[in-house]
Design a protein. Structure first.
Length: 279
């Protein structure tokens, strides 16, 4: 009798805690040696996870209210880590492939990540600090890497990598900045720094071994309301651009092979248009 009463009290207590926390975790694992670790602190947090494959792991930490993760991983020897700190953050993740590494950290409120990775050996690191930031990231092909760090509010990054051995590095500090990146083919790289407010950079690479910013000579915007675009079609092209000031516009357009552009702009409301063609 006492045992039944104690069991009834425990059931009621657990039900009360569940209602108070109002968190949800729904996990499906199919395969061998998979592992899922989830920590939810707060209320109305939600995790929907599906893992199909072998030796794949998912680690989740949700701290706050109303955070959401929808993660589907298909493949083997992959690892995903997701951390949501704040309120009403949303992450949609779809990974298909082997030996994939993904890390996503969202600290703030109403940040959004959409991640689609298809292929083997891809890696992605996304770190967001602030509110209302958005990252849309796609990798289609093997051995691509993506790294994004955004600090501020209302920043947006969109990246499409289609091909092999491509790299994107982007750092945003400020508000209302936008980065749009497209890579197609083999071994292209993009490196961008944005510091300030209202800056926009657009980079498109179609070909092999093209470089848009690299090492200490990234495509760099320091200031407010600057616009920069870099288009490269062909092989072995390189472009490097610096905007320091406000309201500057730079357009770099290369089509053909082994072209090189270095553009430096300091001041305000300057306009630079450079076009290179060869056959």
């Amino acid at each position: 009798m006492k045992k039944n009463l104690l069991l009834a009290v425990m059931v009621c207590l657990c039900a009360t805690i569940t209602i108070a926390q109002d968190n949800n975790a729904n996990v499906t694992q199919t395969g061998d040696e998979t592992r899922v670790d989830i920590i939810q602190t707060g209320s109305a947090n939600d995790v929907l996870s599906t893992i199909t494959g072998n030796a794949t792991t998912l680690g989740v930490n949700q701290t706050g209210n109303g955070n959401r993760l929808n993660s589907a991983i298909e493949g083997s020897n992959s690892s995903a880590v997701v951390e949501q700190i704040g309120d009403a953050n949303d992450i949609q993740q779809a990974i298909t492939g082997d030996d994939v590494q993904s890390f996503i950290m969202s600290e703030g409120s109403q940040n959004t990540v959409s991640q689609t990775i298809t292929g083997n050996g891809n890696s992605a690191d996304i770190m967001m600090t602030g509110d209302l930031n958005t990252v849309i990231q796609v990798q289609d092909g093997p051995n691509n890497s993506f790294s994004a760090a955004t600090t501020g509010s209302n920043n947006r990054i969109t990246s499409d990598q289609i091909g092999e051995n491509q790299e994107v590095l982007i750092s945003q500090t400020g508000n209302n900045n936008t980065g749009v990146f497209t890579q197609t083919s083999l071994s292209n790289s993009i490196s961008v720094i944005q510091e300030g407010d209202g800056n926009t950079v657009t980079v498109s690479q179609d070909g092999q071994n093209n470089i848009a910013g690299f090492g200490d000579t990234e495509l760099t915007q320091l200031g407010n309301d600057n616009q920069m675009s870099s288009l490269q079609e062909g092989n072995g092209n390189s472009s490097f651009g610096l905007q320091e000031g406000n309201g500057n516009t730079t357009s770099l357009d290369q089509r053909g092979d082994t072209n090189n552009i270095i553009s430096t702009v300091t001041g305000g409301t300057n306009v630079t248009n450079i076009t290179q063609r060869n056959q």
